[in-house]
Design a protein around this ligand. Structure first.
Ligand code: SF4
Ligand code: SF4
Length: 134
């Protein structure tokens, strides 16, 4: 199964090869979606973890034991369909084509399963129709 989590690393952990440890010790694959990490600073990484459910839980327990903050909050993009004027601006920045304009109706389509919650679309909307649930 897959879990998307936000990890907050203390300064001493920022240089640690966490994805290697997750793969080697827990057989958990880590796909980094977004990272804000700088040397000697607290780091934040949004990551999708894939593996066996028990191994995933063990991996998260290990991360917590290393003082890594683990947030399982289910982050989502919200589109206000009442406000959207279907201008298509947001589709130009979406890296996964979760946002697209229907070629026939020219209406905005949002395919949630493709969205990686990178938030790049949020500031592009001229009518502030895109927001997050956090
Ligand atoms: S959050 Fe990112 S992936 Fe999701 S719809 Fe917006 S731009 Fe696309
Ligand atoms: S940028 Fe905003 S108004 Fe334009 S299509 Fe996207 S959500 Fe709709």
């Amino acid at each position: 199964m897959k879990k998307r989590v936000t990890l907050t690393f203390p300064r001493r952990m920022v240089q640690m090869p966490v994805t290697y440890r997750l793969a080697k010790d827990f057989n958990v694959a880590a796909n980094i979606i977004r990272a804000q990490v700088a040397p000697n600073q607290i780091g934040k990484v949004v990551v999708e973890l894939a593996g066996d459910i028990d191994q995933l839980d063990a991996a998260l327990d290990w991360l917590r034991s290393q003082d890594v903050g683990v947030s399982l909050a289910n982050r989502e993009i919200l589109i206000d369909e009442e406000s959207c004027v279907h201008c298509g601006l947001c589709t130009g920045v979406c890296p996964t084509e979760a946002l697209s304009l229907d070629p026939k109706t020219f209406m905005l389509n949002f395919t949630r399963s493709r969205c990686i919650v990178c938030e790049q679309c949020v500031p592009t909307c001229p009518v502030e129709a895109i927001s997050t649930n956090f």
